[in-house]
Design a protein around this ligand. Sequence first.
Ligand SMILES: [Zn+2]
Length: 321
Amino acid sequence: MRAIQIVEPRKIAMLDDAPKPEPGEGEVLVRCTHVALCGSNMGQYTGEGLWGNIDFPNPVGWAGHENIGVIAESRCEGWEEGTLVLAQPHGYYGFAEYILCRPPAIARLPQDAPDPAALVVAQPLATILRAMTRTDDVIGQSCAVIGQGPMGLVFTHTLRLMGASSVIATDLLDWRLEWSKRYGADHVIDASKENVVETVKKLTAEKMVDFVVEAAGYVESLKTAAYLPRVGGRLFVFGMPHYELQEFPWYHVFRRNIQINTCVGPECGAFFQTAADMVLDERASALTEMVTPRMPWDKAPEAFEMYAECAKDSLKLTLEV
Ligand SMILES: [Zn+2]
């Protein structure tokens, strides 16, 4: 089968003869039609920070985890061959023509979906639904989201859906902030031009905000995020850090009784069907617009480079398998 392998930092091998996996009991084999790139793939691709310690070449297909496809073989009751699905591959070997999946990290999609690739955005939505089950609700609360890549944008939209009273969105790239407005941000702050902490002080008459999401994963963005919650407010660290240890304003956070939370991992699979259902109807269908650009399989090397460089309007970049 065809598969992608990151062989060294910023270098991809396109394989034509990778072994096709065999489904075990309780698993389905999915023939992929689409796979999306994720911000969490960029560390392994560039080899930056902590990712400099991983072994190159990476395992074949690793670490793709946002797949759309059709069940080609089923050894799992209730999941019939021919079903169109959103699937998270077991082991994250998703940059491949065939993947193995196990419930619950698989969601049924309608057979006649006009644009199946667009439904891949349900995967990042599922990670956010899971994250939000690990903290209190945001109904009537003021929010801020640091970083407006695909995850930050899905947060901006979802916080609005969940009843936040306002959302402030920040990013270093002005084209992303245009998307933030489309997804319901009340205020956008261009962090390349403005001091985010000072601007949020002004916007909130020094009260700061109830709930802050860090969705970028950089040292500076985490520091900025730490200064944004009000006294007793919440900081949700969602962006994948690139370093084990990094500077963080602990005294400020401690003194203000800020609650910190984090969330990562395949457990988001439990939210796949809910997220797919939301994306399929008007609750979250607007998110499908961010599944752009769409690129053919053989353009994968260019696609990874575009994603790493945050090329304009590259959001949930998706490869046709
Ligand atoms: Zn991801």
